[in-house]
Design a protein around this ligand. Structure first.
Ligand SMILES: Nc1ncnc2c1ncn2[C@@H]1O[C@H](COP(=O)(O)OP(=O)(O)OP(=O)(O)O)[C@@H](O)[C@H]1O
Length: 402
């Protein structure tokens, strides 16, 4: 039972047409050729493209597949085929058991019916009797936190309320397969955290397919990953952090520093890491390395030394660390020109991934900014361990009793 394959996808492909008129014309042609019994059109015709091409995977109970990729990569199309909302042009999907799905905002709900009536409708579609739905109703309403609004037509629900109801129905109906698209992100943080707690709880009995652009969430719950690009698989496997790395690496081109603020008293002329050659503008550093950061600024009007501080941002623009180098002396400046700063950064324990340093020069540690620039230096931290958390803490065993 535990190792039962619940979802099997073989050679799945779906094509779309870029223009509606042509698409309708092809639809009529396909209908006629279908009636005549002639073979299906497998090749692309003018204006058609593969939204997904040759996707294969198997998912067992207790496993969670993360689907990641740029906008338009084909993730939602794949989910819609799995949920039976659209038909593939080639390939086969085999799903065992009950499918709970949260795909499009409001999809699966009748807008003129109330939340309560929609719960009964959805439950019936999933094969539950009225009595069974009765017994689950309170739990669903409680989970969705919609007690007050459950008798209001769904068309008057806010986006977050629709997601709450959708997830509550999908997750509380004991699905064997749970399909969740990015729509979950519409919920507020409290609800998203509650959803993840629920996913953790039902995962041992369920096969979960999860689409997200939120890599920390993907890395937290997924046991395998498919990185899609223009409908094709770019990475597939159980090494989730490798897939995420590849996804992030696909954004590496065109990374340029961006000036946030200047009062025209200084400008940053150079920023680099001593002894490290950047690749595509990114300095490759190993986890735990000690590095030397060098900055050259051009002083235009300052008469005192500025205070330099740095902030490290991860790929998703979350600040993960601040650096206030000690030993800086805010003395008078003798003459205008260039000033070189070198800072040592001991043992970087940030985990694998890309980070950007924001350079900040101000009158003192927390007063009067002169100059601020994002992505002054970009760093890629390498580590042989497959980890994907904001940073790694170094620890050693100091005591052990048996
Ligand atoms: N019904 C449709 N008719 C024509 N093209 C479509 C249709 N549905 C999707 N597409 C196209 O298929 C491609 C894949 O879309 P899809 O919604 O699957 O991407 P996605 O990976 O889910 O993107 P996102 O991250 O933005 O949600 C896109 O180019 C999209 O324009």
């Amino acid at each position: 039972m535990d190792n039962e394959v619940l979802v099997k996808v073989e050679g799945l492909s779906k094509k779309f047409c870029k223009d509606l008129k042509t698409s309708l014309w092809y639809g009529v042609k396909d209908l006629v050729s279908g009636v005549r019994g002639s073979s299906e059109e497998r090749e692309l015709r003018p204006k058609e493209f593969w939204a997904i091409k040759d996707i294969n995977f198997e998912l067992k109970r207790g496993e969670c597949l993360g689907l990641i990729g740029h906008n338009g990569a084909g993730k939602s199309t794949l989910l819609k085929i799995l949920n039976g909302l659209i038909n593939p042009d080639a390939g086969k999907v085999t799903i065992k058991g009950r499918v709970g799905a949260l795909i499009e905002l409001g999809a699966g709900f009748n807008p003129i019916l109330s939340g309560r009536e929609n719960i009964y409708n959805n439950g019936a579609i999933l094969g539950f009797s009225r009595k069974e739905i009765d017994s689950k109703l309170e739990a669903i309403i409680d989970f969705a936190e919609l007690q007050e609004f459950i008798d209001m037509p769904v068309q008057h629900y806010s986006s977050g309320m629709k997601v709450r109801l959708g997830f509550a129905v999908a997750a509380q109906m004991e699905p064997d397969v749970l399909i969740i698209d990015e729509v979950l992100a519409v919920g507020d943080l409290g609800f998203i955290l509650k959803c993840f707690k629920t996913i953790d709880a039902i995962l041992p009995q369920t096969a979960v397919i999860f689409v997200s652009h939120n890599m920390p969430m993907v890395s937290r719950i997924c046991s395998q990953i498919i990185l899609m690009d223009k409908g094709k698989v770019k990475y597939q496997g159980e090494n989730v952090s490798k897939g995420i790395d590849q996804y992030y690496n696909s954004f590496l081109t065109g990374e340029e520093s961006s000036l946030v603020y200047t009062d025209n008293s200084i400008s940053l002329e150079e920023a680099f890491i001593e002894g490290v050659e950047p690749i595509n503008g990114i300095y490759q550093v190993s986890w735990g390395d000690t590095i030397q950061l060098n900055f050259k600024i051009k002083n235009l009007t300052l008469s005192k030394m500025p205070y330099i501080s740095l902030v490290i941002y991860d790929k998703e623009q979350r600040g993960v660390a601040e650096i206030f180098p000690t030993g800086q002396q805010l003395n008078d400046i003798e003459y205008k020109g260039f000033i070189d700063f070198s800072f040592k950064l001991n043992n970087i324990y940030l985990s694998k991934g890309i980070y950007h340093l924001t350079f900040n020069a101000s009158e003192s540690k927390s007063f009067n900014t002169y100059y601020k620039i994002h992505k002054a230096i970009s760093i890629k931290i390498d580590h042989e361990e497959q980890m994907w958390t904001p940073f790694l803490l170094d620890s050693e065993l100091i005591n052990f009793k048996n």
